[in-house]
Design a protein around this ligand. Structure first.
Ligand code: FAD
Length: 476
């Protein structure tokens, strides 16, 4: 068997893996990256963050063209060429993955295409695409093998009309009637795309609200804005899914469930993602993996084997690309001898739905649970000149959560147009330990959507003049 020796081996070339490999190479370490697919970028670039955002961009333009009739501009119904839509999305992915390949080359990171399995704590066997095997002997290893869509035993996943997110992103067809199982971010983003392209979309959720864990005041704004887009079946359990010639027949039970079975043209299963930790031969090492495939690490991303690190989705929630990237940097720096730790003050999360939902730091649910003496300050976009001018005022809210004892910002959430872009200020404020005064006295440009953050802080401070001030001095 062919043998390669390296200082750092990275397994998996998603955002975590390629970032770790590039940082490691930039720190002067000999680096090899093993990825089973031909392109770098992992789930995020190939079948996740990027293709979904390309499709959401297309959907947004269609929606905006429809919406502008409120201002007296009328477009005809759009003609949709689904092949061209897919081509556009594939082009975006290709530009990014090609860019990554050339950056790997520039940094002299050796990319081996194949599937890696641990032989022991210093070597892996890589099965190459041609069936041959290569042994990679490493001083240090960073496992960044990611996650995959969860599968359920009662779902006939083998039927081509039963989709996971990767199938949905292929946009081969627009089903007339689409069922989405699960009310999380991935399902709702794909549902947004397909409903705009013409599907009638049912969303079945076990709980009472979409995006579990999101504060109710935020999710209410989203749900109201989407009442015509989705038929949301809350407190609904899926009882059986039977593929038939004429469609996928689904029976439900629960408070809001349809009494009779419903026939769908496609079903998107979006019930979460499972980590890939149990497929790597880690039983040949001391690395600890739990039943869900999650690898245990310390705050330097080190596993129980002192020269093996793990990052990204494979170590758990939140399963987000930017978390994986930062963990990748820390792991590579620890290997290079830096005294660094992964201890973020906040990890932002964004649903790129219509409207977007973005949050960072603590939610109100978490603040309550932690027993913090907190106060919420919310600025409704109906009072924002920019939101009104852009016709997005009815579905926007900026919410800040402050510690009442210290006035420090502990969390924030925004629902509304471009909420994801607006969130940056809240993330930085949390990282810099800003208090309400820091935000309220920062001069925000007018008219902007981001001034809603300054105004929410002014509400807490009692200095707001663009909105009724509940803390004003009372006069007779
Ligand atoms: C539809 C969708 C939309 C998403 N949108 C967003 C978003 O907008 N923002 C966001 O932050 N996150 C988003 N995510 C989540 C994001 O994609 C993941 O959090 C991120 O990709 C995790 O990065 P990672 O490096 O841990 O692993 P991954 O990206 O999963 O990469 C792991 C890589 O390892 C490879 N691999 C696995 N095992 C082996 C092995 N034994 N040998 C060789 N190679 C192996 C895999 O082929 C894969 O390429 C989305 C996910 C999906 C599915």
């Amino acid at each position: 068997m062919n043998e390669i020796k390296t200082q750092v081996l990275v397994i998996g070339a998603g955002p975590g893996g390629y970032s770790a490999a590039f940082r490691s190479a930039d720190l002067g370490l000999d680096t090899v990256i093993v990825e089973r697919y031909p392109t770098l970028g992992g789930v995020c670039l190939n079948v996740g963050c990027i293709p979904s955002k390309a499709l959401l961009h297309v959907a947004k333009v269609v929606e905006e063209a429809k919406h502008i009739k409120n201002a007296g501009i009328f477009y005809e119904e759009p003609k949709i060429d689904i092949e061209k839509v897919a081509e556009y999305k594939n082009g975006v992915v290709k530009r990014l993955t090609t860019g990554l390949a050339s950056m790997a080359k520039m940094r002299k990171v050796n990319h081996i295409q194949g599937y890696a399995k641990f032989l022991d704590e210093n070597s892996v066997e890589v099965e190459l695409t041609n069936g041959e095997k290569t042994k990679v002997i490493f001083e240090n290893c960073i496992i960044a093998a990611g996650s995959q869509s969860s599968k359920m035993s009662f779902i006939p996943h083998e039927d081509p009309r039963i989709w996971d997110s990767t199938d949905a992103l292929e946009v081969k067809e627009v089903p007339k009637k689409l069922l989405i199982l699960g009310g999380g971010i991935i399902g709702l983003e794909m549902g947004t795309v397909y409903s705009t392209l013409g599907s009638q979309v049912d969303v079945a959720i076990r709980g009472e609200q979409l995006m579990t864990g999101t504060d109710l005041d935020i999710i209410k704004v989203y749900t109201k804005a989407n009442q015509d887009r989705f038929n949301i079946m809350a407190k609904t359990q899926t009882q059986s899914i039977i593929p038939k010639k004429e469609g996928i027949y689904v029976e439900f039970k629960g408070e809001n469930a349809p009494k009779d079975g419903v026939l769908y043209d496609a079903v998107l299963v979006a019930l979460g993602r499972s980590a890939n930790g149990n497929k790597l031969g880690l039983e040949n090492t001391n690395v600890e993996v739990d039943e869900q495939g999650l690898i245990k690490v310390d705050s330097q991303l080190r596993t129980k084997a002192s020269n093996i690190f793990a990052i990204g989705d494979i170590i758990g929630q939140p399963m987000l690309a930017h978390k994986a990237v930062h963990e990748g940097h820390v792991a590579a720096e620890v290997i290079a001898g830096h005294k660094v730790y992964f201890e973020p003050k906040q990890i932002p999360s964004i649903a790129y739905t219509f409207p977007e939902i973005a949050s960072a730091g603590m939610s109100e649910i978490e603040a309550k649970k932690a027993g913090i003496n907190y106060e919420v300050s919310s600025f409704p976009w109906s009072a924002s000149g920019r939101a009104l001018a852009s016709d997005v005022a009815s579905s926007g809210l900026t919410k800040l959560i402050f510690n009442k004892d210290t006035n420090q910002l502990i969390g924030g959430a925004i629902v509304g147009e471009n909420a994801g872009e607006l969130l940056g200020e809240i993330s930085l404020a949390l990282e810099m330990d800003c208090d309400a005064q820091d935000l309220a006295l920062t001069i925000h440009a007018h008219p902007t959507l981001h001034e809603s953050i300054g105004m929410a802080a002014e509400i807490f401070e009692g200095t707001i003049t663009d909105f009724p001030n509940a803390k004003a001095v009372k006069r007779k």
